[in-house]
Design a protein around this ligand. Structure first.
Ligand SMILES: CC(C)(COP(=O)(O)OP(=O)(O)OC[C@H]1O[C@@H](n2cnc3c(N)ncnc32)[C@H](O)[C@@H]1OP(=O)(O)O)[C@@H](O)C(=O)NCCC(=O)NCCS
Length: 178
């Protein structure tokens, strides 16, 4: 995919911070009355996308969603709060972190239920990659996430290369061409 140059100004992590709150209804739940994993992933993707939009101010697509731990079930009636921000910007991609809490609306008690890292790629209307602005970490936590994001990128690249090799090793010959 070709890349289009832009002249983006650097942005702070704070300028990317995004938040979404949802009330969990029976339509979002499994037969036990707990939030479906796929529905939670959808909310995570949306909240992460908001942070990526705020950083790039372009169209973005989800390139990857890392391993997610569903730490605790979320019951119907809970208030779900998701918070996201960009951890690091690379050339056309951005790593976004999302943290999710469930709140009992009667007691106000909040528990951490999930966390995830996602990668978004900035594109134009024709699907060409765009250069994203540099991200400026300010607080100690932002600096730690910024450094960790590079390690996760290296890990993703190594894993991606390993999976590609595995696919090629097990690929079935294309019978249409035979
Ligand atoms: C994501 C996508 C744009 C990458 O396109 P590509 O031609 O493979 O691009 P490249 O390999 O040149 O990589 C472009 C950037 O994406 C990153 N990237 C690509 N695949 C990735 C993956 N699986 N995980 C993490 N990052 C990835 C690269 O590291 C690179 O980042 P950089 O520019 O900051 O260095 C393309 O694969 C795509 O369109 N996928 C479908 C996206 C989609 O439909 N998402 C769901 C709905 S929004």
């Amino acid at each position: 995919m070709s890349s289009v140059e832009t002249n983006p100004a650097a942005r702070t992590v704070a300028s990317t911070q995004s938040e979404m709150t949802e009330i969990i209804l029976p339509n979002d739940a499994n037969v036990l009355g707990n939030l479906l994993g796929g529905r939670l992933m959808h909310f995570i993707d949306l909240t992460a996308g908001m942070a990526a939009y705020r950083h790039s101010r372009t169209y973005v697509v989800t390139a990857a969603m890392d391993h997610i731990d569903f730490i605790r079930p979320v019951h119907v009636g809970s208030l779900l709060t998701l918070k996201s921000s960009v951890n690091r910007a690379f050339t056309s991609s951005m790593e976004v972190g999302v943290k999710v809490w469930a709140e009992n609306p009667l007691t106000g008690v909040q528990v951490h239920v999930a966390s995830a890292y996602l990668v978004f790629v900035a594109i134009d209307k024709e699907g060409r990659r765009l250069k994203v602005p540099e991200l400026l970490p300010e607080t100690p936590n932002e600096h730690r996430r910024y450094a960790d994001a590079l390690l996760r990128r290296e890990h993703r690249e190594a894993e991606g290369a390993r999976r590609k090799q595995e696919r090629q090793a097990h690929s079935v010959p294309n019978i249409a061409k035979a």
